[in-house]
Design a protein around this ligand. Structure first.
Ligand SMILES: Nc1ncnc2c1ncn2[C@@H]1O[C@H](COP(=O)(O)OP(=O)(O)O)[C@@H](O)[C@H]1O
Ligand SMILES: [Mg+2]
Length: 463
């Protein structure tokens, strides 16, 4: 080949050179173009990489967004089942009613309570649940709910499917729609039949308790009355036993003392008469004084004895129609009141006659008047008044003496009870037995430091 080149002509070489140069320049051009294209490609690739990265990031974002979305969906599903669970497991009956009164939804408890199936209630008017009876009251309170105030439990009876009335307490709240306007009413019905039953039972128990308390009180009162009666009977028994014992003693002692006292009295009488004729009477007048004292004391002793004997005498009174005035006058003669006692007698002259033993009643009057005088040691006023009182004549002896304190009032008729130093304590018990034997009665009223009134009822002569 080298030989071939060497054999080329100059013309031919020139042309060939020119062609070569052209080729080189063409090559150079192409290389430049290629370079540019390459650069462009590199840039595009760079761009593509960046885009790719962006895309990957976007995809990542999308994935997390998707995950979030899924978990949100999951959560809301859970929440839904949860609230549905709450609603269906609630013991209270729930119902949602629209503003036209149509039941939108109810829970299982409500269906159980009312005995309906879901399709029987949902879609029908709520009067089916609440019944017509309490409807006006319900509607009135509903307007309150519509204004947004929740209705605070409202008790009523709602008809169940079987027709029985179920006592319930209703609470209602207004539910608002998205715009905040009244949308529906959410009502809660609580079965209160058990509470009602318990209250009724409690009330019954209470009435029973009250009744038995009343019974107990009555029994107690009866017992107390019986006790009081027993106490009185016992007191009576003790009194009559005491009376019998005192009576026996009194008659024994009385009779034993009567004779010696009689003998003393006779002896004094005899001595007085003999002395009156002697000089001794003139020389020593005190002898007479002493004899008078003996005489007076014998009289006093005799009085005690007649008290004792009068007390022991169980003789039936020898009754005859008698004027009270006559007995009073007789008693006053017998007693002879002291001068510092003002005597006021108010006796109606037209008093009916009384059917009494005049001697025994005189004894009663003297005993009472003597006590009155003894109650007024500084003097005072004794008023004797009498008036007809049905089948009786009431004779009242009122003094202005010391009075009888409440504590001794119960005992003054007891034999041997006395508050006096020299008292025997038989006067009033004798009075009481005599009056009782006559079918009359004796009672006393007294104010300490003001005075005492003894009232004696004596039977009038029967027609
Ligand atoms: N008029 C009276 N005023 C105040 N106390 C009286 C009166 N009458 C009776 N009493 C009270 O009743 C008691 C009993 O009276 P009575 O049986 O006559 O017995 P005595 O006169 O011997 O005490 C008296 O001791 C006295 O305490
Ligand atoms: Mg007396």
């Amino acid at each position: 080949m080298a030989k071939g080149i060497n054999t080329k002509g100059p013309e031919k070489t020139k042309r060939e050179n020119r062609d070569l140069r052209q080729l080189v320049s063409e090559l150079e051009q192409r290389t430049a173009k290629l370079q540019a294209a390459n650069e462009e490609l590199q840039a595009t690739e760079e761009e593509l990489r960046a885009t790719n990265e962006e895309l990957a990031a976007a995809e990542e974002e999308l994935r997390t967004a998707n995950e979030e979305l899924q978990s949100a969906v999951e959560e809301s599903k859970k929440a839904k089942t949860y609230s549905e669970g709450i609603l269906s497991s609630m013991v209270d009956g729930l119902g949602v009613i629209d503003l036209q009164g149509i039941v939108l939804d109810v829970n299982d408890s409500l269906l159980r309570m009312m005995g309906y199936k879901r399709e029987e209630l949902v879609g029908s008017h709520f009067s089916r649940i609440l019944g017509e009876k309490d409807m006006p009251r319900f509607i009135a309170t509903m307007s309150q709910v519509m204004s947004g105030t929740p209705l605070e439990s409202f008790e009523m009876e709602t008809p169940t499917k079987t027709g029985a009335d179920l006592p319930v307490s209703v609470t209602a709240t207004m539910l608002k729609d998205e715009q905040g306007n009244p949308g529906a009413i959410f009502a809660v019905l609580r079965d209160i039949s058990e509470t009602k039953r318990l209250i009724r039972e409690l009330e019954d128990r209470n009435t029973e308790l009250q009744a038995s308390e009343e019974e107990l009180r009555a029994t107690n009162e009866e017992l107390e009355a019986a006790n009081e009666e027993l106490r009185e009977a016992q007191e009576g028994l003790i009194r009559s036993e005491k009376l019998a014992a005192v009576g026996q003693l009194a008659s024994g002692v009385g009779h034993e003392l009567r004779n010696p006292l009689g003998a003393i009295k006779n002896a004094v009488f005899y001595v007085k008469r003999r002395l009156a004729k002697s000089d001794l009477a003139a020389t020593d007048p005190r002898i007479f004084e002493f004899l008078d004292i003996i005489d007076g004391e014998v009289d006093a002793a005799n009085k005690v004895i007649s008290d004792l004997l009068g007390f022991s005498r169980v003789a039936k009174p020898a009754v005859s129609p008698t004027a009270v005035k006559a007995i009073v006058e007789d008693a006053l003669k017998y007693l002879q009141l002291l001068e510092d006692v003002d005597l006021i007698i108010k006796l109606n002259s037209r008093l009916p006659l009384v059917q009494v033993d005049p001697d025994q009643i005189r004894q009663v009057f003297t005993n009472i008047m003597l006590n009155a005088q003894e109650a007024m040691p500084e003097g005072g006023r004794l008023t004797i008044a009498a008036q007809a009182k049905g089948e009786f004549v009431e004779v009242k002896f009122t003094d202005t003496g010391c009075g009888i304190p409440e504590s001794t009032m119960r005992k003054i008729f007891d034999p041997l009870f006395t508050t006096k130093a020299k008292g025997v304590g038989l006067g009033l018990s004798v009075c009481q037995s005599i009056i009782e034997r006559h079918g009359g009665s004796i009672k006393v009223e007294s104010d300490v430091d003001k005075g005492t009134t003894f009232s004696v009822l004596l039977p009038v002569v029967p027609d």
